[in-house]
Every structure is written in structure tokens, then in C-alpha cells.
Design a protein around this ligand. Sequence first.
Ligand SMILES: [Zn+2]
Length: 54
Amino acid sequence: MTRTIDCPCGHNLQGANDEELVKLAGQHIEEHHPDMERTDEQLRARVAADARDA
Ligand SMILES: [Zn+2]
């Protein structure tokens, strides 16, 4: 199963599970949105709310 979530910038992230999505989202933000401060806890909440099966 694949889990997917869209960044507000339009970038689509895909991972094997929500935990991987949290990790990928953290990397994506670091690379593309360095001004966007997000804690792991916030990323987890976002993934839990918005991730869907792909
Ligand atoms: Zn983005």
C-alpha cells in the first residue's frame, strides 16, 4: 500500500506508510521550504489528517 500527501506547493509526496511520509515531508520542507518551521509533531498531525491511500 502506498500513502500519499500533497504539499501546499503542489509537490506530491509518497511513502510506504505514514511514518515514512512524515520523514519525507520533513526532508521536503528542509529542501524547499526552509522558512517553514514544522516540528515532527506538527508533521505527524498533518499526515494523520491529510494523507490518503494511493
Ligand atoms: Zn512543498
